[in-house]
Design a protein around this ligand. Structure first.
Ligand code: C5P
Length: 408
């Protein structure tokens, strides 16, 4: 659970996207958050406080003049304990209020009264014309200047029947953004390129050779890098995983395609993390047609040739922006410490991550070991996301001294 112990104020304003706020409330509590719902009068036209009370397990606040609040200070008390305030949906009118510091209902008063260290995130939801209206855009720019995080909106079909920008982000995306808001922004301003998943080497149009990599570790690293504030590009072999929110994904199949995609994207990257389980060999001349079974029981003879080593190529390349900090992964079945240190040298990289236990493919947990120029450090067993966050933190500490690895 990602939000255990966190106190979240979930504000709802008027908009049909209130139905998504019900889902968001549920998702927040499932992650362990304690959720205090606050609704405007307009929100109550779209969804009832009873629904939100049932989902949050707490009485909903909506009025400044609520006789249930003994000291009549809900606008102060609630935000003093909050770890974050998220307004979803946030209407054009509520954005206007926030931009001007209005205090004419409980929710707007709460936003103004909240301590400055409590982050405020808003998820706009409105018709495309309302969103693109210059007045709304002026107000949104003001919110950004005031340090308020604007989540979305997305483009697409709107409940009003029109199409365009203004749809509220889905609950799971808002949840991911809220979780990300609690992560330290140690990679702000950095560009990070990551490979993940297996590769697929064709034998013919319907058959091929691949491996059991699920892509979970690489996707966790991509998510953690995005949460840390980096601009992330994920070059992925075939996996069944959803793209982490905020990450640009390029799909490839073979090692050669992965190599070409990495080389095309490498310029300007600050960090390259090769997590993919790349096939070492590919079939020479894969058949253009499906290979037929023969009646005499003879079997096809496959010939292999070596694939390019993507990590080693990236590590030896100097780009316009200098040399990216390259990180490799190693899955050895024995002598990990000895082989890991040697592999780091051989690949010419400053940091190598070893998986302890040779079959981590498809698992949610892992134990990893970091090899750098000073030796090795074990990161104890944890979820792949936790380890990915630790890895990103370790990389962020090292990239400032990265001039050591800058080639002439
Ligand atoms: O040499 P080995 O396959 O053990 O090295 C593993 C590391 O090198 C991983 O980081 C993997 O993503 C990367 N690699 C690569 N291209 C290859 C083989 C491995 O980038 N052809």
């Amino acid at each position: 659970m990602e939000l255990t112990g966190k106190k979240i104020v979930l504000g709802l304003t008027g908009g049909v996207a209130c139905y998504k706020a019900a889902e968001l409330c549920r998702a927040l509590t499932k992650e362990g958050a304690s959720v205090q719902v606050v609704m405007t009068d307009a929100a109550e036209h779209f969804i009832t406080p009873v629904t939100m009370q049932a989902l949050s397990g707490k009485q909903v606040y909506s009025s400044q003049w609520d006789p249930r609040v003994a000291n009549n200070m809900a606008h102060i008390d609630v935000t003093r304990q909050a770890d974050a305030v998220i307004i979803a949906p946030c209407s054009a009118d509520f954005i206007r209020k926030l931009a001007h510091g209005a205090c004419d209902d409980l929710l707007s008063t709460m936003c103004v009264a909240r301590p400055r260290h409590v982050p405020l995130l808003v998820a706009p939801a409105m018709n495309v014309e309302m969103w693109t209206n210059p007045a709304t855009q002026r107000n949104v720019a003001q919110l950004r200047e005031d340090g308020i995080a604007i989540l979305g909106p997305a483009a697409g079909d709107q409940a009003c029947g029109e199409v365009g920008m203004g749809r509220m982000l889905e609950a799971e995306q808002l949840l991911a953004e809220l979780i990300a808001s609690f992560q330290p922004k140690v990679m702000a301003g950095k560009r990070v390129l990551i490979t993940a998943g297996p590769t697929f080497e064709a034998i013919d149009p319907v058959r091929g050779i691949t491996n059991l990599s699920s892509g979970k570790m690489g996707y966790a690293v991509a998510r953690a890098a995005h949460e840390a504030g980096a601009e992330v590009m994920l070059i992925s072999g075939p996996t069944a995983l959803p793209t982490p929110f905020g990450v640009t994904r390029v799909n490839v199949k073979s090692a050669q395609e992965m190599h070409d995609a990495v080389m095309a994207a490498l310029d300007g990257q600050h960090v390259f993390i090769a997590v993919a389980a790349v096939a070492d060999w590919r079939v020479v001349n894969p058949s253009a047609q499906k290979v037929k079974k023969t009646g005499d029981g003879s079997v096809p003879q496959l010939q292999f040739e070596q694939n390019p080593d993507i990590l080693a190529s990236a590590a030896s390349r100097t780009t316009l922006a200098g040399h990216p900090y390259c990180v490799g992964f190693a899955a050895e079945s024995e002598n990990l410490i000895e082989y890991g240190a040697a592999k780091r040298e051989r690949k010419g990289i400053p940091l190598l991550v070893g998986n302890i236990g040779h079959n981590t493919f498809g698992q949610d947990d892992n134990t990893i070991i970091l090899f750098d120029e000073n030796g090795h450090t074990i990161l104890p067993r944890a979820s792949k996301l936790t380890l990915a966050r630790q890895l990103i933190s370790e990389i962020s500490k090292r990239i400032d001294q990265h001039s050591l690895f800058r080639r002439p």
